[in-house]
Design a binder for this molecule. Structure first.
Ligand SMILES: *Cc1c(COP(=O)(O)O)cnc(C)c1O
Length: 375
């Protein structure tokens, strides 16, 4: 059994994917071409925003937005404590300070009440200037943008949606990667919409921001890449990856999103009475980058993981370590007592095999091992 089965997906779409790759090869246009243009247009349309700008990966997508916003030393950027390292890393990379905020137990996402408290504490301390919030759509579930956008307005902060795991999710029909002032996603192979290498994209309705990012991602280009009007980076999605994504986007929209949601219901039905299963709030829809259960203790979680492994069932711990305990942030001296929920989640979460090609039989097997272990 695979944790995320990319091979079965490839075999199902092999003819279309191979032919899309071959078209790029025979046209010998590898960087910048019709495949990239087509993908950006389709992604913007799907998400429902004006601009989609592809780039090298999800981390650079966030870095490009932070560069365009002029995030710099002395700025505070509010980031959930329970996320992948990149969300905080890009803040420090700009010389600014990531200020971590505890998350909600049920949704795994940034806690709006604690967010506002943390902003007030930062203001009271007076050392840093609050500039932006980076909510993360963890495991495929959009963060609570209604509350976050209210807070952002009140304190005059920018919002960058980290939709690396969230692509395909929605709230009230409004799609992930359309929230905040800008949003980003990742096409890393294991993400909800993945390519066959690295890739990422930025989404925004802000014309000025889009224009700035188009320049920053190609060496700060002016009228062309040999006319350089600012310091930028080299961050492009190549044509082969775009060609693959054009095929995979169709599969994603046509059935994969529904498939993972069907599996979510199967899991919940079979596990709901013995472990804490994922909660999708009313009017929210998840793209299920991960299906994550919560056990009672670290010992129970680690024991179950070992048991699943013995039965040939892969499982993962996202995440073992809170952001505030990462050595890379040691100099920032966070108070461990400010993050009780994240600390507890890191001890008790376990992500089970989840992908659109998981069979009902596999779900049954995973659940029967879990029931036997906990029963
Ligand atoms: C994967 C991920 C990223 C980074 O994306 P890459 O394409 O790997 O650079 C950023 N944030 C979150 C929450 C992620 O899961």
């Amino acid at each position: 059994m695979q944790f995320r089965d990319l091979k079965t997906q490839y075999l199902k779409y092999k003819r279309e994917i191979d032919s899309a790759i071959e078209e790029v090869l025979s046209g010998a246009r590898f960087i910048g071409g019709k495949e990239v243009d087509e993908l950006e247009k389709k992604l913007a349309e799907y998400v429902g925003v004006k601009h989609c700008i592809s780039c090298a990966n999800g981390t650079e997508a966030m870095t490009l937005v932070a560069m365009a916003w002029g995030i710099k030393e002395g700025d505070a950027v509010f980031v959930p404590d329970f996320t992948f390292f990149a969300t905080g890393e890009i803040v420090s990379f700009r010389g600014a300070t990531p200020v971590f905020v505890d998350v909600e137990w049920e949704t795994f996402n940034i806690d709006p009440v604690k967010l506002e408290q943390t902003i007030q504490e930062t203001l009271a301390e007076g050392r840093l200037t609050p500039r932006a919030i980076i909510p993360v759509d963890l495991f495929g579930l959009p963060a609570n943008y209604r509350e976050i956008e209210k807070i952002a307005k009140e304190y005059n902060l920018l919002v960058l949606e980290d939709g690396a795991q969230g692509f395909g999710g929605r709230i009230n029909g409004k799609k992930a990667c359309s929230f905040g002032n800008a949003a980003t996603t990742s096409f890393f192979p294991a993400k909800p919409l993945g390519c066959y290498g690295d890739g990422g994209a930025i989404f925004t309705n802000d014309d000025h921001l889009a224009e700035l990012i188009e320049s920053l991602k190609v060496h700060g280009k002016g009228s062309n890449k040999y006319d350089n009007v600012r310091i930028g980076v080299n961050s492009r999605l190549d044509n082969i990856q775009a060609a693959i994504l054009n095929v995979k986007l169709e599969a994603f929209v046509n059935h994969e999103l529904e498939d993972v949601n069907r599996i979510y219901h199967l899991y919940n039905e079979r596990l709901g009475d013995i472990v804490e299963t994922p909660v999708i709030p009313d009017r929210y829809y998840s793209s299920f980058a991960q299906y994550t259960i919560k056990l009672k203790s670290r010992a129970e979680r680690d024991g179950l993981k070992a048991k699943l492994g013995e039965e040939g069932i892969p499982s993962m711990i996202y995440y073992v370590k809170p952001m505030h305990r990462q050595d890379a942030f040691a100099d920032l001296k966070y108070d461990d007592r400010s993050f009780p929920v994240t600390n507890r989640l890191c001890d008790t979460v376990l992500s089970l095999p989840m992908h659109p090609y998981l069979s009902e039989k596999d779900v049954e097997q995973v659940c029967s091992v879990i029931r036997e272990y906990l029963g």
